[in-house]
Design a protein around this ligand. Structure first.
Ligand code: DQA
Length: 150
């Protein structure tokens, strides 16, 4: 374990597949906020704080992996990720996040543990600092507040 703690100031927010459809996609499960609403709200929380946020959404596993790999050279020092359906399927995405060795929080809008059994396993949770699942869009906010105070 590194003895020197890195000051978090550069946070990457990653949204996985189908999260571009938030607001219209099963609002009873995922809420009425759009991805733009969520990102705008997170940006507001960092206004005049010195924290830099970067957002990335993709429906493609390879693009998500490549964006995570880029963090090795772009100054990112914390990740908040909702891997969406890849949570339950993607060893490749897990390997990418393990490779870059950045602290991350896993966020889910819905409570994956109260849903279908295939959603109840995550390839990310054991590597994450923490997991927020079931608190809707507020989960991202809480994850960001944690990152900003860690
Ligand atoms: C999700 C839960 C996943 O099971 C699902 O595939 C998603 C969204 C959530 O935020 O609740 O796309 O990650």
């Amino acid at each position: 374990m590194d003895s020197e703690k890195i000051k978090v100031n550069n946070i990457l927010i990653i949204h996985g597949p189908n999260l571009n459809l938030l607001g219209v996609r099963e609002p009873d499960v995922y809420g009425g906020a759009t991805l733009q609403d969520i990102n705008r709200n997170l940006s507001k929380l960092t206004e005049n704080t010195g924290f830099k946020l970067d957002f990335f959404q993709s429906n493609a596993e390879s693009a998500l992996i490549e964006r995570i790999q880029q963090t090795m050279n772009d100054g990112t020092n914390f990740i908040i990720i909702n891997p969406a359906a890849y949570t339950h399927t993607s060893i490749a995405l897990r390997d990418a996040i393990a490779a870059v060795k950045l602290p991350f929080i896993e966020v889910h809008l819905s409570n994956i543990y109260s849903r279908e059994s295939f959603r109840q396993h995550s390839y990310f949770s054991d590597l994450a600092i923490g997991v927020i699942s079931g608190l809707g869009a507020k989960g991202y906010e809480l994850a960001l507040k944690y990152a900003m105070t860690s």
